[in-house]
Design a protein around this ligand. Structure first.
Ligand code: AMP
Ligand code: GLY
Length: 429
């Protein structure tokens, strides 16, 4: 079987690494891939969001299964294009991918389906939006409706900041067309948790919960990034509460998608805020989280490929879920200094094998923004590595990941020193 993985992040390296261990012994191509995926299969220099070129590759290489890492190819119609030529693709059609691609679509669907989420209003008219902001007053959360590379959300603590952000999005068009429509939300407070499930139609296979760390600096300070580290399981959302999330959040969305004549298929990722009045949805994603995918796959004992294929082929069964061990896993992202703003590239990265050799099989360095120059790994993106470790409990996974990180050498680098601390604090109370 020949699989094409699309993307170039730590998530895609983790997927390629995990599928390489499948008893189905797939041959793996990754487009465009990174320095790490080069060791797991064949990198193909092709942008993941160039759908015509991707489909030409699928035909030319007789690909049997397409696995997009990020949402962009799905929003652009990858699953629809695959369906036309009868090639299974793990992910929803473009219309259903609007759950991530359009915040207004997701919020309206949640309201119609009775899914708990922050109160909101949607505006395409700047004057009406400013009147709403003035009437409501801060704090407010402003979101560009369309995809904005994770940068289109602003938490405004003052009304002035909210008005400036509106002007930035709607008048100066800082996010281009993505900001022509804005969603304005009430601010939710609590712990954030990522809840992912394999879904097809009404069939749901929940994965263990994970917690991301979006802000760039310790203590959740500084601007948001794609994610600076993650761990799983999450003490604040024990497995005993997962059934409620599936009942109150995942299933109503799946039902609504069926009502809209667009049954959902693929990963449904609910970004939750655990508020004092219960879990509320911040956002939906239509793919694995990055970096949540890295600790989840390190914890996963079974082979995810049969369930992914079953999902893509519309024959998923609730008993098909891959097994997870009781151990915890934790991933610390090593980024280039300056990220998520401007950052350096080209720094050599060394110490990867020494780090993995500390505890073979229980420590894995997933590469993200890297490329190979000869045999040398060189930084080539904002998030460079995801240093991931398994442990008997969160404290051990954390200690092991940071011990591994200490073996890595890269100039101009940055990482958070408190990944997992929130989980440890909660388990101690
Ligand atoms: P989103 O892309 O909608 O998930 O927003 C990105 C991040 O902004 C989330 O992970 C939260 O940290 C924060 N955020 C989004 N919406 C809200 C909200 N209503 N209240 C508080 N924080 C939010
Ligand atoms: N780690 C957050 C995301 O993948 O959207």
């Amino acid at each position: 079987m020949r699989i094409l993985i699309l993307g170039s992040g730590g998530r895609e390296h983790a997927l390629a690494w995990k599928l390489n261990q499948s008893p189905l012994r797939p041959e793996i191509l990754i487009a465009p891939g990174n320095g790490g995926t080069a060791g797991e299969g064949t990198n193909v220099p092709l942008a993941a969001d160039n759908i015509p070129a991707v489909m030409a590759l699928v035909r030319e290489k007789k690909i049997d299964f397409v696995l997009p890492g990020s949402e962009l190819p799905l929003v652009l119609g990858l699953a629809d294009a695959c369906e036309k030529i009868g090639v299974p693709c793990f992910g929803p059609p473009a219309y259903a991918a609007s759950l991530e691609g359009s915040k207004a679509f997701a919020k309206t669907l949640m309201r119609d389906a009775g899914v708990p989420t922050a109160d909101f209003a949607v505006f395409s008219d700047y004057i009406a939006a400013t009147a709403y902001v003035r009437a409501k007053g801060a704090p407010l959360v402003l979101k560009a409706n369309g995809p904005a590379a994770g940068k289109g959300v602003l938490v405004a603590r003052t009304t002035q900041a909210a008005l400036e952000a509106l002007q930035d999005m709607m008048v100066r068009k800082r996010f281009g067309p993505a900001g022509e429509t804005v969603v304005i939300e009430e601010l939710l407070e609590g712990e954030e948790v990522s809840f992912l499930a394999f879904c097809h139609g009404q069939t749901v296979l929940p994965l263990p919960a994970a917690q991301d760390h979006k802000a760039v600096r310790d203590g959740d300070a500084g601007p948001n990034t794609g994610g600076m580290g993650a761990y799983s399981p999450v003490p604040i959302l024990p497995e005993s509460r997962h059934e409620d999330i599936v009942r109150d959040i995942i299933r109503p969305v799946l039902r609504k998608m069926e009502d809209l004549d667009c049954p959902y298929s693929g990963i449904l990722y609910a970004g939750l805020m655990l508020t004092a009045s219960g879990p509320k949805v911040l956002e939906f994603n239509v793919r694995f989280g990055d970096p949540e995918c890295q600790p989840l796959l390190l914890r996963m004992q079974g082979d995810p490929l049969p369930a992914m294929l079953a999902c893509a082929e519309g024959r998923l069964r609730e008993e098909d879920g891959p097994a997870f061990g009781p151990q915890a896993a934790l991933c610390v992202v090593l980024s280039a200094a300056g990220y998520p703003g401007d950052y350096h590239k080209g720094m050599p990265v060394s110490g990867i094998s020494e780090a993995e050799d500390l505890c073979p099989g229980r420590i894995k360095i997933f590469q993200a923004g890297t490329r190979l120059v000869g045999k040398e790994v060189v930084a080539h993106g904002g998030r460079v590595l995801g240093v991931t470790a398994l442990g008997n409990g969160l404290a051990e996974a954390q200690a092991s990941a940071y011990a591994a990180l200490a073996k890595i050498r890269m100039d101009n680098s940055h990482f958070r020193r408190d990944i997992g601390d929130k989980g440890l604090r909660f388990s101690q109370v």
